[in-house]
Design a binder for this molecule. Structure first.
Ligand code: TXA
Ligand code: MG
Length: 308
């Protein structure tokens, strides 16, 4: 890994977004705020640009990327949308729902985007900056979370620079992301079955949860802060950086009032703070396994898993 780029920080205004679009047209990498986390965007129709995402992230080539689209029409060019898929898209787009669909061949996507699968993951994001950018370019944007592979996801431009400074062309600083955890991923199969591959902000609770590792990026260890993480901690030890919730206080709190949406929005910021702290361990208070708590606990279990 060589940090060879002078990464520009762009303002989230018309000029900054136009500059980002120019960088993307030329095949560059720009970190962009979305409503979930910052994404590391590149043009999805270019093998060279997409290869640079894998290189900058140190991402294994078998882990496919989410393609961000500006409209349902653009989605239909890239994938076959069954009536069920179209219904989910109409209900939740723009928003934090990613649909894994049968890929259309010859739609011009770089092969590495889908890591050789015959499916493609699509999402229409709901963030004014990402949407303005998608309107300015005439290609869809491949964008994984804007962090080195396996590290904590970014919800601010500063988090992006923590792991990618010098490895990417630019970051647009659009402030903190509101949802704070990555999109819900749902596979909509041609046989009509629907399966949640990754829990997230959109709760499709009645659908079955996948038990296999079907989203190839769902490795056990992820979001790793580089030190041991303990969960459901009610007794903090002296060498713990404590992350609180509700009645449990901490060095950092997810939500003093026990609000799960606020906790999701603050999750990665607290993990980044814990990673930076001189304390040897991170101890996290119990989080209820309901609503947004399902996605929060999913990310925390991966942050706590031993490195693979
Ligand atoms: O909220 C989000 O989804 C953010 C923002 C930037 O949009 N993106 C994000 O991307 O979380 P990433 O790369 O960190 O996670 C994408 C996940 C990976 O687990 C990957 O394996 C899975 O999506 N995925 C992508 N294409 C897939 C496919 N065709 N089938 C199954 N899983 C897929
Ligand atoms: Mg990620």
């Amino acid at each position: 890994m060589s940090r060879k780029y002078a990464t520009e920080t762009l303002r989230a205004d018309a000029e900054g977004i136009a500059r980002a679009a120019a960088i993307l047209r030329a095949g560059g990498l720009v970190a962009v705020p979305t409503e979930t986390v910052y994404g590391l965007a590149a043009r999805a129709d270019s093998d060279v640009a997409v290869a640079r995402i894998y290189e900058a992230k140190g991402r294994p080539s078998f882990n496919p990327l989410i393609v961000h689209v500006r409209s349902l029409d653009q989605a239909r060019v890239l994938a076959e949308l069954s009536p069920q898929a179209a219904k989910l898209a109409e209900e939740h787009w723009p928003g934090p729902l990613t649909l894994v669909l049968k890929r259309r061949t010859g739609a011009g996507l770089a092969g590495a985007v889908t890591a050789g699968l015959d499916t493609v993951a699509l999402r229409m994001p709901d963030h004014p900056v990402m949407r303005a950018l998608l309107e300015m370019v005439d290609f869809p944007l491949a964008a994984p979370s804007a962090n080195r592979s396996g590290f904590i996801s970014p919800t601010t431009a500063a988090h992006v620079l923590t792991s990618l400074d010098g490895l990417i062309d630019a970051v647009i600083d659009g402030g903190a992301c509101v949802a704070g955890v990555e999109s819900t991923i749902v596979a909509v199969r041609t046989d009509g079955s629907i399966e949640v591959l990754r829990p997230g902000p959109i709760d499709l609770g009645q659908l079955s949860r996948s038990t296999s590792i079907e989203a190839p990026g769902q490795l056990a260890s992820h979001y790793a802060p580089g030190k041991p993480v303990r969960l459901n901690v009610t007794e903090v030890a002296p060498d713990d950086f404590s992350i609180g919730f509700g009645a449990y206080g901490g060095d950092c709190t997810l939500s003093e009032t026990g609000d799960l949406a606020e906790a999701a929005a603050r999750l990665y910021a607290c993990l980044h703070e814990g990673a930076r702290s001189p304390k040897r361990c991170i101890a996290v208070a119990p989080i209820p396994e309901i609503g947004m708590g399902v996605a929060i606990n999913d990310r925390l279990r991966r942050a706590a898993a031993p490195p693979d």
